[in-house]
Ligand binder design. Structure first.
Ligand code: GAP
Length: 486
């Protein structure tokens, strides 16, 4: 059933101009997607909500836009060249490649579904052990011992398990002999670390302070599935918060709570969110938690909050030979700051919004019951805030509707539409997530009033044109949303 809803969200996204498969006329490109005319607006609004909440609402957080290409040594220092990989195994018959740990996790799920909890627990422990010790032979052994077959060929004819680096490599420089290997960044965070001193000095920033950045990241995900859940080209919104060593747990807890509040301020049911604390930590972290959302296909990570210690700055200090320290006048000491990172996938947040907003309701239309599809998006995030609809295409109604549009188009994204019956136009805007429609009818010419129709309740009210701004602005403004966070 839930898989069904997820499929409906995917097709709705395409049908209404939110997300298209990339290069579709060439049969698409795996796990790469394009945002359509409505998708780009929703995505920009989510980015704006994040950016304004981080940069505008915090006196001690500033923004950055670093380049995607960076010096290749950065990825050596950060550990991505040696460690940013997944354990992969190929089935020799189907030639399909899988993540070894995913095959084993699927098997654990099967055991749980069949009530074999002890077997599930044993396999989970063995898997955790193998991953922690980076023991590829043990992973292969578990695949064989638990008789895992390839879902495509049905055979157990597996290659050895190998590490597969997720970074895309390309060359910089026109001549082959001079060309240098460079990577497409797999996270935006490193651009922040290497600019730590530039920003601190030029912004005269005092610890604690943060640097925020949004931008593209690239990962050659081997198992990329779940629509825009796992993509090869995606966007991150990351903030690195630099703190005095020893205070990191206090800040970690503050950011954990504050990030959850950011999600909940959008009005999402709190039961659909949960924290997932990491038991096993990356070598550079001393605490990590994921914020997970209950997608129709189950709880999945949307955002990570990580206490990264001084690992990144220390590594860059060592590899670059440049000091990356801060003089703290309050304690009269130089130190390499510790870092709390908040890292959220913009595309995944987009998917949260689409899944959370997608609804099918039975409504009465005269004698008949029909299905109404709507996107109950938070109004401040909706791609189109207001649709202005003349009841008919004549008698001066389009002119009055255009006059109203002319007033509002400077404030936010609004649409003018005169094609189709008014009922059909309402339904179309329900499906696009437009929170408010204004209908201009013949009476409007005399009483200088229009009908406002509300997406979620379908209720209509008659209001004076002169009162429109005061009624509409508080309902759709992002400022109201941001005030909840302050
Ligand atoms: N700098 C830390 C970092 O990159 P991460 O957990 O690998 O941490 C952070 O990624 C967020 O980026 C995830 O919580 C997820 O929302 C998003 N993300 C990661 N890989 C993704 C992918 N292949 N496609 C879409 N979003 C992805």
């Amino acid at each position: 059933m839930s898989e069904e809803i997820f499929k409906k969200v995917v097709s709705h996204s395409k049908e209404y101009g939110f997300v298209f498969p990339s290069s579709e006329i060439y049969d698409g490109l795996g796990a790469v997607y394009d945002y359509g005319q409505n998708g780009v607006e929703l995505k920009n609004n989510i980015r704006q909500y994040w950016w304004r909440s981080m940069v505008q609402l915090h006196e001690n957080i500033v923004g950055l836009d670093s380049a995607i290409f960076m010096h290749p040594k950065i990825w050596k220092a950060s550990g991505h060249i040696d460690g940013f990989s997944d354990p992969m195994v190929d089935n020799k018959d189907s030639k399909k490649r899988y993540r070894a740990d995913n095959l084993l996790e699927d098997q654990i799920d099967k055991y749980i579904k069949n009530g074999k909890t002890q077997k599930a627990e044993e396999l989970q422990n063995a898997l955790d052990n193998a991953i922690t010790n980076n023991n590829l032979e043990a992973l292969k052994y578990l695949i064989i011992a638990h008789e895992i077959a390839c879902p495509v060929s049905g055979t157990r004819n597996w290659t050895d398990v190998r590490q597969f680096n997720l970074m895309y490599k390309t060359q910089m420089g026109a001549l082959a002999e001079d060309a240098e290997d460079v990577y497409l960044r797999p996270e935006t965070a490193q651009g922040i670390f290497v600019n730590f001193l530039n920003v601190q000095k030029t912004g005269r920033m005092k610890i604690p302070f943060g640097i925020a950045q949004t931008g593209k990241a690239f990962r050659n995900e081997v198992v990329a599935r779940g629509f825009i859940m796992r993509m090869r080209e995606f966007e991150q919104m990351e903030m690195q918060f630099f703190v005095r060593p020893g205070t990191e747990m206090e800040w970690f807890n503050k950011w954990k709570e504050s990030r959850l509040q950011w999600h909940l301020a959008l009005g999402t049911n709190p039961d659909n969110y949960r924290f997932h604390e990491h038991v096993k930590l990356a070598h550079y972290a001393n605490a990590a938690v994921d914020i997970e959302y209950k997608f129709p296909i189950g709880f999945k990570e949307v955002e990570g909050i990580h206490s990264r210690t001084d690992f990144d700055l220390s590594q860059h200090q060592e590899f670059s030979g440049k000091k990356l320290q801060y003089f703290d006048p309050e304690i009269n000491q130089n130190y390499v700051p510790y870092v709390i990172e908040t890292s959220i996938g913009l595309d995944r947040m987009f998917l949260v919004q689409m899944c959370n907003a997608f609804k099918e309701e039975q409504v009465q239309n005269g004698e008949q019951t029909e299905t109404r599809t709507l996107l109950a998006l938070p109004p401040a995030l909706a791609p189109i805030k207001l649709a202005v609809l003349p009841l008919v295409k004549k008698d001066g109604l389009p002119e009055l509707a255009r006059k109203i549009m002319a007033d509002f188009k400077f404030e936010f994204n609004c649409h003018y539409e005169e094609k189709d019956s008014i009922g059909k136009r309402y339904r179309r805007h329900d499906a696009l997530g437009t929170p408010l429609c204004i209908t201009v009818d013949h009476d409007s010419l005399n009483d200088e009033s229009v009908t406002i129709r509300h997406r979620d309740t379908m209720q209509q009210e008659r209001v004076k044109i002169t009162a429109l701004k005061d009624i509409i602005m508080p309902q759709i403004s992002m400022n109201e949303l941001l005030r909840k966070l302050n």
